[in-house]
Design a protein around this ligand. Structure first.
Ligand code: M6R
Length: 610
C-alpha cells in the first residue's frame, strides 16, 4: 500500500511527480504529498487529504521545476488520515524529506530514543522516525546516512529521500516494498510501480530487498546494506502507456470487465495448442518425475485470488485426483504448515505479486524446502521473482481496486496448469481435448454476455437501496458466490455474504425475509437439482431470489424473482462465465449509489502490509 515516486533531472518536476502519483493512486488514496528541492537550497512541499487531484490544487503555487523531488499517495497504517500524517515527513530542520511505503515495526522504540535526543515529532506516523534517523546519521553523505538509518529499522520499507544538503541527489532503499528505478540519458526516476515512470522511460532496474540506490541526473549506483557496490540488471519493460488508459470507459473496473475476452486470449496465447492437443507452459520448472511425485497441491492466496484458488482445488481434485487445499495466506503462514519436500506443491496466486501475506507464506514454504509455483499478473513483482517458477496470467495491468479480469485470468491459468500436469498423470486425452476446446470458446462467450447488459443494469437499479445480500452457489460456483459477494461489498458497501447453497439451512436461512436479496448461482450443471431445492427453501420464506443460470433454462423464470443468463459451458469452466454478471451487478449498484467505483473507501489495490 502507498505509492511513492521520485525524480532527479526532470525539468517539470511537479508535473512528473503528480502524474506518476495519479498512476499509483490504486495503491492508496487517503492523502498525498509532494516535496521538491527548489533553487538548490529550499525544500518546498504541499500535502492534502484525499485524492491526488486535491494535492494538485494544493501544490498549484509550488514552482514547476525542482532539482529533485519526491511524492507519495498514502494508505494509512499508523496515524489518522490528516494533513500532518500525510507524507513526505521531514527532519527537525526541514532539510531532509522522506516518503515511505511499508511499516516500521520498531517505530515506538526508535521514537522514544529520538525523543530522548530532543526530537519533537510532528506526526503520529511510523515514517517520521526515518527522517529523524537520517538527520542523526548525516555527516556530509546522504546515501550513507540513509543506509545507516534503514539498518536501524525493523519492518518493511520502500523509501525515497531528498535533501537540501545534496540538492542533486535522490536516494531510495527497499526492504519488502517494491521499488523500480527508471533510467534516462540525463535523468533518473524511482517509483513503487512501473506505470508511474512509463511516460519517461522503459529502461528499469527492479531493486531487490536490502538495496540502496543513489541517483543523480547523470549517474546511479546501487549498494547493499553492508555497502557492497552491486551491478544491477537493466531491463526493458514492454508495457505501453496506452495499456493504462481507460479509453471511453467511465471507470477502470468497467474497462477491465470488458477486457476479459481479450485478456483470456492473452492468458492462453501460445500455450493452448488445440491442433496438436498440447498445453505448453514455459514457466513451471518441473519435469515428469517431479510432476508424478506430487502428492498434494496447496493453493495459497488472499481475496479474489483465493477464490480463484478454490476453483483450482476443485479442478485439481476432479481431474488430477491429487488432494488439494486452498488456504488463506494470512492463516497458512503463521500455522507452522506441514510441508513435505518433493511431495507437496504450493501454488501462490496474486494479481499484484506483492501481497504481504502471500509473499510471506511463499517464503515459509521455501524455508521448509517445499516446491513453490507462482501465478502472478504483474511481471517482475516480488512473488514472481522469488518463487521457484511460475506462470504469468498476462491479463494486462489491472487498476480498479476491485479485481475482475485478474480472477478470470487466474482461473484460466490454473486450468492450463491442471491440463499441463494432467497429461503426465491420469487425465485422458478425451477429457483433455474437451477442456481445451471449451476453453477456446470462453472469450467469445464472455463477449456474448457483455454485448447486452440491459437486465443486469435494471436489476442493479432495484438493488441500490439494499442493505444486505446473500450469494449462494455449489461446487465450482461456491467460490463464485464468495467472489460475487466480495465485489458487492467492496465497491457498493452493501453487506454481502457468500455461502455454499446447502449451508443456508444451518443458520443463514434465519436472515431470509422479503427484504433479503439472494443471488443464487444456478447453471444447469451437476448440482442444479440440489440448488433448485435450496431456491425453493428461500422462496418459501419470501426471499427475493436472483438466479444466474444458463441460457435455454426457462424453468427458473417461473420460480425466482429475476434471472440473469450466461452461455453454457462444461461445469468446471462455468465460473469463468457466471462471475461476469456478478461483476457487472456490483459495478452498476455502486454506480447507482454514487460511489467511487475504482477507489472504494479504506481499500488499496496491493496489500503490502500484513
Ligand atoms: O494482488 P493479489 O491478487 O494478491 O490481491 C489479493 C487481494 O488483496 C485482492 O484480490 C482483493 O481481495 C481485491 N480487492 C478483491 O477485489
Amino acid at each position: 500500500m502507498c505509492g511513492i515516486v521520485g525524480c532527479v533531472g526532470i525539468d517539470d518536476t511537479r508535473t512528473f511527480l503528480l502524474t506518476g502519483l495519479k498512476l499509483l493512486e490504486y495503491r492508496g488514496y487517503d492523502s498525498a504529498g509532494i516535496a521538491m528541492v527548489i533553487n538548490d537550497h529550499t525544500l518546498a512541499h504541499a500535502k492534502s487529504v484525499g485524492y491526488v487531484a486535491a494535492l494538485e490544487r494544493e501544490s498549484y503555487s509550488l514552482p514547476h521545476s525542482g532539482t529533485v523531488g519526491i511524492a507519495h499517495t498514502r494508505w494509512a497504517t499508523h496515524g489518522g488520515v490528516n494533513v500532518s500524517n500525510a507524507h513526505p515527513h521531514f527532519d527537525t530542520n526541514r532539510a531532509i524529506a522522506v516518503v515511505h511505503n511499508g511499516i516500521v515495526e520498531n517505530h515506538t522504540a526508535l521514537r522514544t530514543l529520538l525523543e530522548r535526543d530532543g526530537v519533537v515529532f510532528r506526526s503520529e506516523t511510523d515514517t517520521e522516525v526515518i527522517a529523524h534517523l537520517i538527520a542523526k546519521f548525516y555527516h556530509g553523505d546522504l546515501c550513507e546516512a540513509v543506509r545507516l538509518a534503514v539498518r536501524e529499522i525493523r519492518g518493511t520499507f520502500g523509501i525515497a529521500v531528498v535533501s537540501t544538503h545534496e540538492p542533486g541527489v535522490l536516494i531510495a532503499a527497499r526492504m519488502g516494498s517494491p521499488l523500480v528505478l527508471g533510467i534516462g540519458d540525463d535523468f533518473h526516476v524511482i517509483a513503487s510501480d512501473v506505470p508511474a515512470i512509463l511516460a519517461r522511460t522503459q529502461q528499469v532496474v527492479y531493486l531487490n530487498d536490502g538495496e540502496v540506490v543513489r541517483a543523480t541526473k547523470d549517474d546511479y549506483q546501487v549498494l547493499s546494506l553492508d555497502k557492497t557496490p552491486l551491478t544491477p540488471e537493466v531491463q526493458s519493460v514492454d508495457q505501453q502507456l496506452d495499456s493504462i488508459e481507460r479509453g471511453s470507459f467511465p471507470h477502470y473496473m468497467l474497462k477491465e470487465i470488458y477486457d476479459q475476452p481479450r485478456s483470456l486470449e492473452n492468458t492462453m496465447r501460445g500455450r493452448l495448442k488445440p491442433e496438436s492437443g498440447d498445453v505448453i507452459l514455459g514457466g513451471p520448472r518441473m519435469d515428469i518425475d517431479d510432476i508424478l511425485a506430487i502428492e498434494r497441491v496447496i493453493f495459497v492466496a488472499c481475496g479474489t485470488s483465493l477464490h480463484a484458488s478454490m476453483i483450482a482445488k476443485y479442478l485439481f481434485e476432479e481431474f488430477l485426483r491429487i488432494p488439494s487445499e486452498a488456504e488463506h495466506a494470512s492463516e497458512f503462514r503463521y500455522r507452522n504448515p506441514i510441508i513435505r519436500r518433493g511431495r507437496d506443491l504450493a501454488v501462490f496466486t496474486s494479481q499484484s505479486g506483492e501481497t504481504a501475506d502471500t509473499l510471506a507464506a511463499m517464503r515459509e514454504v521455501k524455508r521448509k524446502g517445499g516446491r513453490t509455483l507462482g501465478i502472478c499478473n504483474v511481471v517482475n513483482s516480488s512473488i514472481a521473482r522469488e518463487v521457484e517458477s511460475g506462470i504469468y496470467t498476462h491479463a494486462g495491468i489491472e487498476i480498479g481496486v476491485a479485481s475482475t479480469k485478474a480472477f478470470t485470468a487466474q482461473v484460466t491459468a490454473m486450468a492450463l496448469l491442471m491440463l499441463w500436469m494432467g497429461r503426465v498423470r491420469d487425465l485422458s486425452s478425451f477429457v483433455f481435448t474437451q477442456i481445451i476446446e471449451e476453453l477456446c470458446h470462453i472469450p467469445q462467450k464472455i463477449d456474448d454476455i457483455l454485448i447486452d447488459t440491459t437486465d443486469v443494469k435494471a436489476l442493479a437499479e432495484e438493488l441500490v437501496p439494499a442493505k444486505n445480500m446473500l450469494y449462494l452457489g455449489r461446487g465450482y460456483n461456491f467460490p463464485v458466490a464468495l467472489e460475487g459477494a466480495l465485489k458487492m461489498k467492496e465497491i457498493s458497501y452493501i453487506h454481502a455474504e457468500g455461502y455454499p447453497a446447502a449451508e443456508m439451512k444451518h443458520g443463514p436461512i434465519a436472515l431470509i425475509d422479503e427484504n433479503m436479496p439472494v443471488v443464487v448461482i444456478a447453471p444447469k450443471d451437476r448440482t442444479y437439482a440440489k440448488v433448485m431445492s435450496n431456491i425453493q427453501e428461500i422462496k418459501a420464506r419470501k426471499g427475493f431470489v436472483i438466479a444466474v443460470t444458463t441460457e435455454g433454462n426457462t424453468e427458473l423464470a417461473n420460480v425466482v424473482d429475476r434471472v440473469l443468463y450466461v452461455p453454457s459451458v462444461m461445469d468446471p469452466l462455468q465460473p469463468l462465465l457466471t462471475v461476469v454478471p456478478l461483476q457487472l451487478l456490483a459495478y452498476y449498484v455502486a454506480l447507482g449509489r454514487g460511489l467511487s467505483v475504482d477507489k472504494p473507501r479504506n481499500l488499496a489495490k496491493a496489500v503490502t502490509v500484513e
